[in-house]
Design a binder for this molecule. Structure first.
Ligand code: SF4
Length: 318
């Protein structure tokens, strides 16, 4: 299924946590998708559905239980020690809370320069020069370089974290809810910055968010996750105009429409969110789905192509 442009290829990735003896939580269950060079794949779903675990497994910040991840044709699972460390330069992560991502005792210069120091890249002067360049890319004046994280606003701190992720020139960044801790007024500034960076450097993003209106503005394609499984993947426009999976339909129906004259039927999900420790049999969504049949309770649907790369995991499309 890969093509020449594929940068990250995830196949059957699974992560199971042992909660206690004989009790397991399958946080990520057999997920497969690809991310092309320079594109943004949005990953959406309710909190606790396994999105962040999936992002961390791709980078091997936590070890997957099964499946494979390839970056530019190289298997992440095959890498050890120094090779894995070198690969981490190319695959970075931006976390939700920029304050806890920065060491409060380190100046911004030292924090942003740290990835270059770790890999001993260039001379001290070259590293400092690179920090100044990257600070200008994220829109911060280099006069702030010797200040500490608490002296900055939330939006400025997230710019600093983005600068640190960019400094080793990565091809791919996992962005885990990068704007959800920020004031609404500065979210669009950070999203615009991330888009500008992508246009300039061709970096690919996996953009994780619980908020469909946020991912819409930055993603080329979107994957929807429910209880550890990907239930739909599509180009962004098709997903919002013609969602196929009943779960996606419900999520999209809940997005407020700015035009007061327009109306959209709001689909209220009934039933409780099931425990990921004891997920429902068959389709995991069946206890909340208004189209559920007997087959749905017994048989788990797989992700199938429903045309022009639009994939959904639902028996309605067999
Ligand atoms: Fe609903 Fe059945 Fe489709 Fe699951 S497989 S989303 S229960 S119709």
């Amino acid at each position: 299924m890969g093509n020449d442009n594929t940068l990250v290829k995830v196949e059957n990735l699974t992560k199971t946590f042992r909660i206690k003896r004989n009790v397991f939580l399958k946080a990520v269950d057999n997920t497969s998708f690809e991310i092309k060079s320079g594109e943004t794949l949005g990953l959406v779903g309710e909190s606790g559905c396994g999105k962040s675990t999936l992002g961390r497994c791709i980078l091997r910040l936590i070890e997957p239980t099964g499946g494979t991840v390839e970056y530019n044709g190289t298997s992440m699972q095959a890498l050890k020690g120094e090779e894995l460390r070198q690969m981490r330069k190319k695959m970075q992560m931006v976390f939700q809370n920029p304050y806890s991502s920065l060491n409060p005792r380190m100046t911004i210069m030292d924090s942003v320069k740290a990835p270059l120091d770790v890999f001993n890249t260039g001379s001290k002067e070259e590293r400092e020069q690179r920090v100044k360049e990257i600070m200008s890319v994220v829109g911060l004046d280099s006069k702030y370089l010797y200040r500490y994280p608490h002296e900055f606003s939330g939006g400025q701190r997230q710019r600093i974290v983005i600068a640190r992720a960019l400094i080793s020139n990565p091809g791919f960044i996992v962005c885990d809810e990068p704007v959800s801790a920020l004031d609404v007024s500065i979210r669009s500034q950070i999203l615009n910055l991330m888009r500008d960076i992508q246009n300039e450097f061709g970096v690919a993003y996996l953009f994780i968010s619980h908020d469909l209106s946020v991912v819409k503005h930055i993603s080329n394609r979107i994957a929807v996750m429910y209880l550890g499984q990907i239930v739909e993947i599509s180009d962004v426009d098709r997903l919002y105009e013609e969602p196929l999976h009943p779960y996606t339909q419900a999520l999209i129906s809940a997005i407020p429409i700015p035009d007061v004259g327009s109306k959209r039927e709001r689909i209220i999900l009934t039933g409780d969110i099931p425990s990921p420790i004891f997920p429902p049999t068959g389709c995991r969504f069946h206890n909340r789905c208004r189209y559920a049949t007997e087959r749905c309770r017994k048989e788990c649907p797989t992700l199938k192509d429903c045309g022009i790369g639009h994939q959904a995991a639902c028996h309605l499309y067999d």
